[in-house]
Design a protein. Sequence first.
Length: 74
Amino acid sequence: MVLTPDTSGIAVNTALDAAREQAGVPSGIDLAALNEKVERIQQQSMRQLGSFMSSLGAAHGRIVQSAAEAKGVN
């Protein structure tokens, strides 16, 4: 099979479908509980990212201030 832009997507989707069928879905998974856990992890990640970005912004500000002072601009 020669993959062209038109057929490569089909080939990938076919391979993914085959992999999903082979893997199967384990029974006994509480999808609602899993969804809640994923949501909590996502919220925690967002808080951590916000804290990280805040710290990064503050560090950047200190670097800019220090550079300005060193140049006598301030």
